[in-house]
Design a protein around this ligand. Sequence first.
Ligand code: PGA
Length: 252
Amino acid sequence: MKKLIAGNWKMNGGIDDARALIADVVNAFDGRRDVLEACDILVCPPFLHIASVRHALYNIDYIKFGAQDCSRFGNGAYTGDISAQMLADSECSYVILGHSERRQHFGDTDAIVAAKAALAHEQGLVTIICVGESDKEREQGKHEDIVGRQIAACIPKSANAANTVIAYEPVWAIGTGKTATPADIKAMHAFIRKSLTGKIRYPEDVRILYGGSMKPENAAAILATPNVDGGLIGGASLNAGQFLAIAQAALA
Ligand code: PGA
C-alpha cells in the first residue's frame, strides 16, 4: 500500500509563515519521483491558511491539502463553525477528526467524531480518524480496550477503505519527544486492523497511520513496522526538510 505522509500544522504561525512553509514543501518534494511513488503527501494547515495553501498548490498534484477539523453540523446557525461542505468547496481532500487535542480541549466525543465523519464523507472528503490511549490507560493495560472502543464508536456507516484513514496517536507521545516502541506500534496496529473487520469492508485496504513525535531519526523504523501505512506528523511537519526526510524514510 502507498504510504500517506500527513502534516498536521496545528494552530501555528501567521499567513506569511504558511506561505513560506508550503513553498518550502513544494520545493522539497519537487522532482522527488522516488518519494512520490512511495508516498502520498498531505498538509493540513489551519482553516484561515487553507486558501493560501490552495493557491500555492494550484497546478501541483503531488501535494494534497486538508483541514484539521470540521463541524458536526450541516450549514446553518452555528456561529464560528466551519462545515465539511465549506472544506470540500475549498478543494480540501482530507480532514483530520478526533485528534486528542480536540478531544481534550474542545470536548469532541466519539459520537461527535462519528457525526463529523459522516458529514465529511457526504462531501467526498477522506477522514483521518484519530484514536489513542493516555499514559495512564497504557500503564493500566487498557490501551486496547480504549482504542477498540474508539474505533467502534467513531467510524460512521458511510466509512469505506477509500474514504477512511485511521491514525493511531498515543496521547503521551504527541509533542513530547516520546514515541511508542516499534513492538508496541506493531501490536496496536495489528489490533486496529482486526478491529476494523466487520466495521469496514476490505479492512486490509484501510490505511493506518502512526502519529506522535515522528522525526527523521525514528521514521524509518516506524514506517517499516507491519500495518503502518504512513504517519501523522505534527512538529516535524513545520520544517519542509524534516517532513521530506520522514517521507524519504519510507524508501529505506
Ligand atoms: P507531534 O504531533 O508529531 O508533534 O507529536 C503529532 C500529532 O499530534 O498529530
